[in-house]
Design a protein around this ligand. Structure first.
Ligand SMILES: [Zn+2]
Length: 383
């Protein structure tokens, strides 16, 4: 079910137990993590525990938006993302890249290295460098453990206090919290960190680091051109500062990589963008991350002994997540937006986030090895 993006990575994975989903074992383990968190006011997770959490968060996201059932697009995105991941500070994670089946523009990083990008986001990109810069941003959310830090800052104590000894309930609650953080987006500090470190990472691999700004500008224009209701990002005060910071990073750190690879991108990605006003949305509250009627748990392949995902309460009042957050990091300082709900939701409907999704949540397996990544880099004259 997973794409092992590098031989070295596969070897490391084999050293540990295979990733289980939200079964009793992982629940008990995470329950003990929370006990430690309560004792130490800190949340420490092993990579294995983090990946189990991310797996459950990803399942929620995949169930909400569906997965494009096309191995070719998954292989391409995995090659680009894999080239970045192996150059990141956490190359041994079991990195996976998932293309979500929705016109809404978004990208979401689940803990442990599961990066999601929507069809809608791919449709707005003009080059492989734009994709690499966006994936770089998401990869940094994982390598810097932004979700875990947000949980630690905001809710760990509360979860620990609610711990009742029922491992499954504790795990479900932790998945709820993590999913809410991922969907709501991170705080301004985390977004700026992901911007800056993300383009440094892309540059290291050989991709033009100025293309994140290019993509954000495209996204900003898209929102400007839409109706006032959709003007969430149109004149967001942080946008200018953010683009300036990206530009400054390129200059200060002398980032000179120049590969853009428009032709290769165009030969792999042919999605057509859908205007915000034309995007089919689901009623807020009618289809939650735990899945509406469109995706039955039975559609998801289960490993032996694996329990179906628990139904959870609808994450409410979450808005502007993912690329929405990427567009407009909270101006509320370092606080996670998971704690600062309420502002942007009042300003308009977020069609990107509320976009209708496909009905098939199944992972599309692709086999990408380190050799494949090296060949892909060589073909693109990357580093
Ligand atoms: Zn982000």
């Amino acid at each position: 079910m997973t794409s092992k993006i590098a031989a070295g990575i596969a070897a490391l994975i084999l050293m540990g137990p295979a990733i289980a989903a939200a079964g009793e074992e992982s629940s008990a383990q995470l329950g003990s993590v929370l006990k430690r968190a309560k004792q130490a006011s800190d949340l420490h997770m092993s990579d294995e525990e983090e990946q189990k959490l991310g797996e459950a968060v990803s399942e929620r996201i995949r169930t909400r938006y569906g997965v494009v059932q096309d191995p070719a697009i998954h292989k391409y995105v995995t090659l680009v993302g894999g080239a970045l991941a192996v150059a990141s500070t956490r190359p041994s994670l079991n990195w996976r890249f998932v293309v979500l089946d929705t016109d809404g523009v978004n990208a979401l990083a689940a803990p442990g290295g599961i990066i999601h990008v929507t069809r809608g986001a791919l449709s707005l990109m003009k080059s492989e460098a734009e994709l690499a810069d966006v994936l770089g941003h998401e990869i940094i959310h994982v390598t810097e453990k932004h979700t875990l830090k947000a949980i630690q800052k905001g809710t760990a104590t509360k979860i620990a206090a609610e711990e009742s000894g029922a491992g499954g309930a504790v795990f479900g609650e932790l998945v709820n919290k993590a999913t809410n953080v991922v969907m709501a987006g991170f705080g301004r500090g985390e977004e700026l960190e992901a911007d800056q470190k993300g383009i440094v990472l892309a540059n290291k691999v050989g991709y033009d680091p100025s293309k994140l700004a290019a993509f954000l500008t495209t996204l900003s224009d898209r929102n400007k051109a839409s109706t006032e209701k959709q003007g969430l990002f149109a004149s967001h005060p942080e946008m200018k500062e953010r683009l300036e910071k990206l530009d400054k990073t390129v200059k200060d750190q002398k980032l000179t990589a120049a590969a853009t690879l428009e032709t290769r991108f165009a030969s792999n990605v042919s999605y057509k963008p859908v205007a915000i006003t034309e995007i089919a949305t689901v009623e807020a509250g009618s289809e939650g991350l735990a899945g509406g009627s469109s995706a039955k748990p039975a559609d998801t392949p289960k490993k032996d002994g694996e329990k179906p995902a628990e139904k959870t309460e609808e994450p409410k009042k979450k808005k502007g997540f993912g690329l929405g957050r990427l567009m407009s990091p909270s101006s509320g300082g370092e606080k996670s937006s998971a704690e600062t709900t309420g502002s942007s939701a009042a300003r308009g409907v977020d069609s990107e986030r509320n976009a209708k999704g496909g009905s098939n949540p199944n992972v599309v397996a692709v086999n990408v090895t380190l050799n494949d990544i090296n060949a892909f880099k060589k073909e693109g004259k990357l580093n």
